[in-house]
Every structure is written in structure tokens, then in C-alpha cells.
Design a binder for this molecule. Structure first.
Ligand code: ZN
Length: 286
């Protein structure tokens, strides 16, 4: 993939240096020392009143706040992809869906952080929260992706982020809201509906990849890396990895083959109207 490392996008919220990922709540060691000194000088217990007032002192994180060169490169890569994907949707969404695009934010964190959808944890993997319109990624996810046999090449990382931004597009279009209503009405079809939503996000990632290919940013080898990542995060593959058996009714994201096929559909057409995974189900050819 052809990209140039640069600074971080203004749509990136970098929380990697925050203690425990929850920065903002504590006063830090310097603040604490200040309270000790003031208490000594005035003879009043400011520390006790600070702590009893619900304040907490920031402590260091379980992982170092400074990042490795590899992680910095990865942060710049996702930042670059974030800007590229959002720039393309600014044109595509009005063209293809008559809708204005609004930017999502990308939160980089370590271990855990607060999100509009509850606590974000590394173990959960990258996700999009429609409540605050932010994508959450702990960059250690790439180690996990490598462990389950997926490519972590540049374009594999790009595909994962483009998929999450696909959920943002679904949010703008009101699709995920509609799906939650359908799920509430048909609890039995809950997983099936989730699969459709996820495959659509794969297809939308493909629509962006189409523009990247047109602009000469990616080649066939990159596409193969993206397909490898899509296969690695397929439900059947993940289930085989974790329990050695596959139970299709518990799928929430789709099989490796389905994920690759919908990504390819977006990639080849470059048209979000080709990403109607819901309609395909009704036609029985899903
Ligand atoms: Zn998803």
C-alpha cells in the first residue's frame, strides 16, 4: 500500500499515554505533592478532603506510556487510513446515497478506556460505537490478528479500520438503528441480522478499497492481505481456533468465505448500493 507516514490526524484521539486509559480523573503525582505541601504549610488536611471527595491519584499503566517504533508506525498508518477513508466517503456518500458524510473519531488506547458504549477493552478487538461515533483500537490487536493466522500487513490493518468506518456509514444511513429494531422484533434472527450488518461493513470497506485501487494506492498483493485478514476474522475460523468446532447458528460476523466475498463485491463495484446484504437474504441467495 502506497502511503506516507506523517503526524496524527485531527480525528485521532490518542489516549495511549493516559493512565489506565481513563485519563482526566486523577491529579497525578505532582498534584498530590502540591497538596502535601499546601497541607504542611496551612496545617489543613487537603489530601484527605481531596481523596474523600472521590478524587484519585493517577497511577502508572500496566504497559509503558511510551510506544515502540513499530507501534508508532502503526498509529501513523491507521491515522493515514482514517483520513483517506473519510475523505473518500465525503465524496461517495453524497454521490451514491444523497447523504452528507460526517467525520468519525478514532480513539487509540491501551488496555481499556471509556467509550459511549461502555468500557472498551483490548480483548474485545477494534469496534465502532454509534453512541459517540468513535472507532476504538488498541494497537496490540495486530499481535492477536497475527496469532490467529491473519496478515498484519499494512493493507490488512487498513481493511480492519475501513470495516469499522463502514459501521459509521451504516450509522449515518440509519441502517444499524433499523437493524436493532428488526432484532428487537425478531429475537430468533438476531445473529443472522448481525451477520448481514457485518458483511455490509466488509462490502463498504471494499467500496473504499475500490477508490484506493483506482488511485494506484493498492495492488493485488494488498488486496490479498486484506482478504487474508477478512478470512482470519471469519466466525468459522475464529470458532475453529478457539474451540475446534463450528456452529453456524452462533455466527455474528459471517464465515471467512462470506467476508471475503462481500469485501470483493465492494472492491469490484465501488458502489455502496451493491452492498445490500439484507436484500440478498430476502432473495434466498445469501
Ligand atoms: Zn464489524
Amino acid at each position: 500500500m502506497d502511503w506516507t507516514p506523517g503526524g496524527l490526524s485531527r480525528d485521532v484521539e490518542d489516549r495511549r499515554g493516559s493512565s489506565g486509559g481513563f485519563g482526566g480523573g486523577g491529579i497525578g503525582i505532582v498534584g498530590l505533592l502540591f497538596l502535601v505541601i499546601i497541607s504542611l504549610i496551612t496545617g489543613r488536611n487537603y489530601i484527605g478532603s481531596y481523596l474523600s471527595g472521590g478524587g484519585h491519584v493517577a497511577t502508572t499503566n500496566s504497559r509503558p506510556a511510551t510506544s515502540s517504533a513499530a507501534e508508532d508506525r502503526s498509529a501513523q498508518l491507521v491515522s493515514y487510513v482514517l483520513d483517506d477513508v473519510q475523505h473518500e466517503w465525503e465524496t461517495l456518500l453524497p454521490q451514491q446515497a444523497n447523504q452528507a458524510y460526517r467525520h468519525a473519531k478514532l480513539v487509540l488506547f491501551r488496555d481499556y478506556t471509556r467509550s459511549g458504549c461502555g468500557t472498551a477493552q483490548s480483548q474485545t478487538g477494534p469496534f465502532y460505537c454509534p453512541g459517540d461515533e468513535k472507532v476504538y483500537i488498541d494497537l496490540s490487536f495486530w499481535d492477536e490478528l497475527r496469532r490467529i493466522g491473519g496478515s498484519t500487513a499494512d493493507f490488512a490493518q487498513a481493511y480492519v479500520l475501513a470495516h469499522e468506518l463502514g459501521h459509521h456509514v451504516q450509522n449515518i444511513l440509519g441502517i444499524d438503528q433499523h437493524m436493532r429494531q428488526l432484532q428487537a422484533r425478531n429475537p430468533d434472527a438476531k445473529n443472522q441480522l448481525s451477520v448481514m450488518l457485518e458483511l455490509q461493513a466488509d462490502c463498504l470497506a471494499g467500496v473504499w478499497a475500490h477508490t484506493a485501487a483506482q488511485r494506484g494506492k493498492i495492488d493485488q498483493a494488498d488486496v490479498n492481505d486484506g482478504l487474508s485478514a477478512a478470512a482470519a476474522v471469519g466466525d468459522d475460523h475464529l470458532q475453529k481456533m478457539s474451540r475446534g468446532a463450528v456452529s453456524p447458528e452462533s455466527f455474528t460476523h459471517g464465515t471467512s468465505a462470506q467476508r471475503q466475498s462481500w469485501f470483493t463485491r465492494g472492491l469490484q463495484s465501488g458502489d455502496l448500493n451493491q452492498c445490500n446484504t439484507f436484500e440478498t437474504k430476502a432473495n434466498g441467495s445469501f
